[in-house]
Design a protein around this ligand. Sequence first.
Ligand code: AMP
Length: 300
Amino acid sequence: MSIVVVGSIALDDVVTEEGSVSNAPGGSALYFSAAASLFGPVCLVGVVGEDFPREEIEFLERREVNLDGLQVIKGGKTFRWSGEYELDMNKRRTTNLELNVFQDFDPVLKENSRKAEYVFLGNIGPGLQMKVYDQIENPKFVALDTMECYISGNTGELKEILKKIDLLFINDTESQQLSGTFNLLSAARKLLEMGPRYVIIKKGEHGSILIADNLFFAVPAYPVETAKDPTGAGDSYAGGVMGYIARSGSVDFETLKKAVVYGGVVASFGVEDFSLDALKKISLADVEKRLDNFRELTSF
Ligand code: AMP
C-alpha cells in the first residue's frame, strides 16, 4: 500500500567530525523516501528548483517513487540547509537556512496520492502539512514529524494538526519542549493528550520509545561504530517505521513494535555515510540481515 510523504527536499552543507559535504541532497522527504521505498511504493510531494540534480530524481525513479506531486520550479532555487555537528553528534547548529522555492509552495496532490492510505507529514511548516492532509480522501494512518523551529514558531497550527494524526514522531528534547515536561514518559503522555494515538520519542544513539494509552515499548539503537553524518536519521527512521507498517497493512501496537525496530535499523545504515549515500546502496535484504543481528544482540 502506497505512502504519501510531504516534507523538505534540500541541498545541504554538512560538517561533522568525520568530514563535510556541500550541495548534498537531503531534506526530510528525501531521506524518508529513500528509506520507505525499500519496503514498497511511495508518492513524494514537494518542490525543488531547477538547480536540483537530475541524478537524484533518477535515483528516486529507480526506487519507483511516484513523482507526480513533485514540482520543479523554473529558475527557482531548492531549499538549502547548512549544519555543523559537535563531537557529540546529538548536538548540532544550523548555520544557514533558505526556504527558497518552499516559500510559495502550494502542494497539489494527484489522484494516486489522494487515495493513499498511509501518510507521512515530514518536517516542513504545519500549515503545509495541513494542506496535504486535507487533500487525502480517506487516510488509514497518518504520521507526523516536527522540529524545534515549528514547535516554537507555529505552535497553534501544530496543535491543530496534532488533533488529526495517528502517530507523532518527535525527538527527546522536542518532546520536552512541546509538552513542557522533562521526564520522557510524562512528556509522551501529555503529547498523547494532544491527539495522536501513538507517540514515538527518538533518543538518537540511545534508541527510541513507543507509547500508546496503556502500552509502552522501548528499543535501543543498533550500535554503529562508524557514524559519519546523522543528518536525516530521524527521517530515515520514520521511513523504516512507515514502510514496515504500510507493507504489513496493520496499525496495531504489535505491528508498531516491530516497525520501530525496522526504523532503527534503517537509520543505522543512513548515518554510516554522508547525505543519502548509504541509503542508496542498501536493499531490504540488507535491512533484514542487520535486523537478525540486532535480534541476537538484544535477546536474553
Ligand atoms: P533531521 O536530521 O532528521 O532533523 O533532518 C535533517 C534534514 O532536514 C536536512 O537534510 C535538512 O535539509 C532538513 N531541514 C533542516 N531544517 C529544516 C526545516 N526547518 N524544515 C524542514 N527541513 C529542514
